[in-house]
Design a protein around this ligand. Structure first.
Ligand code: TXA
Ligand code: MG
Length: 303
């Protein structure tokens, strides 16, 4: 298995196979969301705990809205940010044809419309919404290039090449079932959400294991120990620099947080090998998308 053309991938997805697909955030491991057996292949391939619910990707807000109890906030946020790196959690309609396995027993559904031409084409050509978690084995960092996906699954999963992901960080997840809360920070910031809704949208330190199991602290973990807010590396450590600091690799020499987000997972992967004995990461400012970067780093460090 390797890189496959888009039309072949669309056909495979329609037939119930799993395929690595590009999105603007990270690569997804996609399956026909209407087909429970296809969805089960995702969990098996990822070695993911069964209780971890998946995001369903649609080609339009209109398609997405038919599967959930849509509301005024969903209307506003989808109009402002879709297609784009925002996932909305809403009550699932009882007559939704989405496989129950997708939401892993929850009566809610996480939905988004990705901003990537190939992702949208795959949804349209396969004729089905696509359930897709990030295309990494459980507990590993998310892939941002087709090569990462091939490597994650030892070439067992075919992949559509959509280039390197522009955003490089998973979507912001917002729970809209009651008053809005951020379940997972991402490149769409709290401020942008609050501006769009005209109300506060707090980050909710919710019961992680139930509301968003993917937020478990150990979710994003390189193999080597990670040391955060390090001004300099210790002997043996690789150093992931940012801004003025010099390192083994730099997330952004100019101190650009967007660039840092796009490179974060790729660089953690690169540094997660011998002869390094650990990875030290430079301080990343807690502003804008820097909040999400620090969130991911904190998870990766707390194994
Ligand atoms: O950018 C992204 O969101 C990528 C691309 C492929 O779209 N996908 C991704 O999926 O990051 P995944 O499965 O790695 O993370 C999905 C997150 C997890 O934190 C999961 O627990 C949460 O969304 N989630 C999914 N369904 C949910 C639900 N019904 N209620 C609450 N949280 C949910
Ligand atoms: Mg993931």
């Amino acid at each position: 298995m390797s890189i496959i053309p888009l039309d072949v991938a669309a056909q495979l997805l329609a037939q119930g196979a799993i395929v690595g697909i590009p999105t603007e955030t990270v690569y997804g491991l996609a399956a026909n969301a209407l087909n429970g057996e296809a969805v089960a292949k995702i969990y098996a391939q990822k070695n993911r705990p069964q209780f971890n619910p998946l995001i369903v990707h649609f080609a339009s807000a209109r398609d997405a809205s038919t599967h959930v109890e849509w509301n005024a906030r969903a209307e506003k946020l989808s109009a402002t940010f879709w297609p784009g790196p925002l996932t909305l959690v809403l009550p699932r309609k009882t007559d939704s044809t989405i496989s129950l396995l997708v939401s892993a027993g929850l009566d809610s559904l996480a939905i988004r419309v990705p901003a990537h031409a190939k992702a949208l084409a795959l949804i349209q050509q396969s004729g089905t919404p696509l359930a897709a978690p990030s295309a990494n084995r459980s507990g590993r960092v998310s892939p941002t290039t087709p090569a990462h996906v091939l490597e994650e699954f030892a070439n067992l999963v075919p992949v559509v090449d959509g280039g390197a992901c522009e955003v490089g960080l998973e979507s912001t997840v917002v729970d809209l079932r009651t008053s809005p809360t951020i379940l997972r920070p991402g490149s769409i910031t709290q401020e942008a959400l609050e501006n769009a809704l005209g109300e506060s949208v707090p980050f909710s330190p919710h019961d992680e294991a139930i509301a968003a199991p993917g937020m478990l602290k150990s979710h994003y973990a390189p193999t080597l120990p990670l040391r955060l807010n390090a001004e300099t590396p210790l002997p043996g450590e690789a150093y992931l620099a940012f801004g003025a600091s010099k390192g083994t690799l730099s997330l952004s020499e100019s101190g650009d947080l967007q660039e840092a987000a796009a490179k974060l997972f790729a660089y953690l992967r690169k540094l997660d090998t011998a002869p390094h004995t650990g990875i030290a990461v430079a301080p990343i400012p807690m502003e804008g998308i820097g909040t999400a970067i620090n969130d991911r780093l904190a998870r990766a460090a707390s194994k």
